[in-house]
Ligand binder design. Structure first.
Ligand code: SAM
Length: 446
């Protein structure tokens, strides 16, 4: 049974931290660098200060707005001396919207900063930062999917992204990150929510542009009634939607599927199961695939694709003539990938497997020489340990795709401790104007 405490009480015996009051007066500070989340970093005496919107080298006037870790968060009041790398943010919503935090940074400088963070993360694990290549930048206007927050008010619908550290929603008229047809759908998405969501409700709406039309999933408090279902049908027809589903109490319900949503990887079509992972942009997926193919140069024969998802890499690699064995925990993805491989007669088998609890290891790795893996943000701890074991000694090449430099560095350390060498890291930035970065790394053994 959980113990209940008065909200104001503290556990007995724990020393209380002295409360330091926030400085009330504006402060003029010099920004020395950018923190991992893209905030400008300065010092007020000994105290670190995190300033959203400030750039290295700038002198800024700020006001403390709260505590952040061991330091202070501060609101930018004025840039007194601007960095040469400061640019005019192109989006009209930039000052209010929490979707992007780095639009004021010149693209080349943003790319260099992300590369530096990646290099520091590798260095901290004793890995060679010199293997990091320049960043491949996937520009704005390329996102094929987005999740919007919405709130149904009495007279209108507010739909967009949450403001920074807030539940307030910026009512978006446009989003420069999105493919133009997805941004153009914003007014119609508001119309859909207005037609089916009760006044006072709120939730998320995820939209993916597929080859057969938009695939939508709308949070709803209850299963829609007949009138709402009719409105959904009219909306789907008017906007040539592929599928509309609802998430009710955390459970997905398909409502209408005029056309099965299809996505394509290097020309190979696959059904998109509801709520399945998909790379955020087609251009990004192409860049990752090109980097994976390059990292496989010199290898031949069968390969494993671990965390294969719908087959972003597995299907094209099987199309290159490689025999591929894919593994992923999502049964709907494995079913869709297996169907696509069969229809295309590609040498690919796909298996449902939880690689965190049950990595491919021991005798199963006998005779495996090449492995591609693309884990979620949590990384592939157990799987990399298995590859690093003596039983995995036949594996000579590992190509790892990662969306988290921190867990990548941890797993890379495990592989290197098991006899691999980190040869190359290609950073791919599918998340411009945010601190996120993906990468493709090549490891060789022996
Ligand atoms: C970053 S996605 C990559 C998918 C695919 N490679 C792609 O590019 O589309 C990570 C994948 O890991 C899968 N996954 C998450 N946890 C897993 C686990 N414990 N075991 C196996 N697969 C898992 C997800 O279903 C997802 O497909």
């Amino acid at each position: 049974m959980s113990q209940r405490r008065h909200p104001g009480s503290r556990p007995a015996g724990k020393p209380q931290k002295a409360k330091t009051a926030l400085p009330k007066a504006p402060m003029t500070l010099t920004v020395s660098g950018l923190g991992a989340q893209g905030d400008g970093l300065a010092r007020h005496g000994e105290t670190p200060v995190f300033i959203a919107g400030a750039l290295p080298g700038e002198t800024v006037t700020v006001r403390a707005s709260g505590k952040k870790g061991d330091g202070l968060a501060a609101e930018l009041i004025a840039v007194e001396t601007a960095s040469a790398e400061r640019v005019e943010p192109p989006c009209p919503h930039y000052s209010a919207c929490g979707g992007c935090s780095l639009q004021h940074y010149a693209p080349a400088a943003e790319a260099d900063w992300k590369r530096d963070i990646l290099r520091q993360t590798l260095r901290a694990r004793g890995l060679d930062p010199a293997v990091v290549e320049p960043v491949i930048r996937i520009g704005a206007g390329t996102r094929q999917r987005a999740t919007f927050a919405w709130r149904r008010l009495r007279d209108r619908v507010v739909l967009g992204y949450n403001q920074r550290a807030s539940h307030q929603i910026t009512d978006l008229q446009t989003c420069l990150l999105l493919e133009a047809p997805l941004s153009a759908l914003l007014p119609a998405l508001r119309g859909l929510v207005a037609a089916v969501a009760p006044v006072g409700s709120m939730g998320d709406l995820s939209v993916t542009l597929t080859d057969s039309g938009a695939d939508l999933c709308l949070d709803l408090p209850d299963y829609p009634g007949l009138e709402a279902l009719e409105q959904i049908g009219l909306w789907a027809e008017a906007h040539a939607a592929a599928r509309i589903g609802a998430q009710i109490d955390g459970v997905y319900h398909p409502l209408l599927t005029p056309r099965a949503p299809l996505v394509r990887f290097d020309g190979a079509s696959v059904d998109l199961p509801p709520q399945m992972f998909l790379q955020p942009s087609r251009a990004g997926a192409d860049a990752l695939l090109a980097a994976v193919r390059a990292a496989l140069t010199g290898t031949e024969g069968p390969l494993l694709d671990l965390f294969c998802g719908l087959g972003t890499f597995a299907l094209p690699l099987a199309g290159d003539g490689r025999t591929v064995r894919g593994f992923d925990s999502e049964s709907t993805a494995i079913a869709a990938l297996s169907r696509a491989a069969k229809a295309l007669k590609r040498p690919l088998t796909a298996t449902v497997r939880d690689l965190f609890r049950d990595p491919v290891e021991g005798k199963e790795l006998k005779d495996v020489t090449t492995v591609v893996l693309d884990p979620p943000r949590a990384g592939a701890d157990a799987q990399c340990r298995a590859l690093a074991e003596p039983a995995g000694a036949s594996v000579r090449r590992v190509v790892m795709v990662s969306c988290s430099p921190a867990t990548f560095a941890r797993d890379a350390r495990t592989l290197c401790d098991g006899g691999f060498r980190l040869m190359q890291v290609v950073p791919v930035d599918q998340f411009v104007w945010s601190p996120h970065l993906e990468l493709v790394a090549r490891f060789e053994r022996g």
